[in-house]
Design a protein around this ligand. Structure first.
Ligand SMILES: [Zn+2]
Length: 308
């Protein structure tokens, strides 16, 4: 007998909780958490002492789960942080215009990018772990979180269509259905420990040492006061860039300074080296930093586009 959807969802929620993964309800047929978002918090009921996020509400308590899922056919949200999980979320393109950046050229979807990433790291694709196929054909690879590191969710940090869900995030659990398409376990194994090399890539960088801008004039001995001031201004912008805007900040700085390289006031090598240090000191990976600088230089006419 096929269980009713509501019962199947309750079972899915209980099964996740039995694995030790705290769950919370998602809206029926949807990926969004049930209940109110923080901006509409009534400050009453379960939020009488302040808004409680799904991550805070997620539970392993089977009675509480049964009570909740009896009220509606909720999808199953798994709070990855409290579940001690890091889920690698391999997505597929939204449509044919959703294509990879040059760094991942040739990749058709997140799984390809992840395979390329493993190859670059000289590591095997870690597929021997609990895996869920998402409703659009992507995959969720579940790993146990490293001990002593509190990893947060990331978006595109590892590569195109490769996100991770950890603290501050959640995944739609197996057994859920969104828009009529279901999330299904395709490899029913215990989650493997997150490979150390991935954990290193995802670990928050230690706070960067402040870049000593005071020494800049000494390093730029042959540059004019004007160009040194311009360089300093651009570096300051980079250093104050926020996560999410760091790449762009480096790109625009390279673009702005390209003019002074063209006029011979600054050398490409010097600007490049200063921007590399500034970019990396705010946590931008060296590879991304180099690409952003290169693109800015090319766009600003400081250098020819190379056939790299
Ligand atoms: Zn609330």
């Amino acid at each position: 007998m096929t269980p009713t959807p509501a019962l199947a969802l309750l079972r899915a929620a209980l099964a996740a909780a039995e694995r030790g993964w705290p769950v919370f309800p998602l809206r029926p047929g949807d990926k969004r958490p049930a209940g109110h978002p923080e901006r509409h918090c009534p400050g009453a009921g379960r939020c009488s002492e302040g808004h409680r996020t799904p991550e805070q509400r997620a539970t392993l308590d089977s009675e509480q789960i049964a009570q909740c899922w009896q009220t509606a056919p909720f999808n199953v949200g798994i709070a990855t942080g409290p579940a001690n999980l890091v889920v690698v979320d391999l997505d597929v393109p939204k449509d044919e215009t959703d294509t990879p950046p040059t760094e991942w050229a040739g990749a058709a979807e997140g799984l390809d990018v992840f395979a390329m990433l493993c190859e670059r790291a000289g590591e095997r694709l870690p597929t021997e772990t609990y895996t869920v196929r998402t409703r659009r054909g992507g995959q969720h690879l579940y790993f146990t979180a490293p001990i002593g590191k509190q990893l947060r969710s990331t978006a595109n940090a590892l590569g195109w269509k490769v996100d991770t869900r950890a603290w501050g995030g959640y995944v739609v659990g197996a057994g859920s259905a969104v828009g009529g398409a279901s999330y299904e376990i395709i490899h029913d194994a215990s989650p493997a420990p997150l490979p150390a090399w991935l954990s290193d890539l995802l670990a928050p960088k230690p706070a960067p040492a402040p870049m000593p801008l005071a020494e800049l004039s000494a390093r730029m001995r042959n540059a004019t006061a004007y160009s040194t001031a311009a360089l300093r201004g651009e570096l300051e912008k980079v250093l104050s860039a926020r996560e999410g805007g760091r790449n762009r900040a480096v790109y625009f700085a390279a673009y702005a300074l390209a003019r002074m390289i063209r006029s011979g006031d600054l050398t490409e090598a010097a600007v490049s080296s200063e921007l590399m240090s500034a970019g990396q000191s705010i946590g931008l990976p060296a590879g991304e930093c180099r690409i952003a600088i290169r693109s800015g230089f090319v766009r600003g006419g400081a250098t020819e586009a190379s056939a790299a």
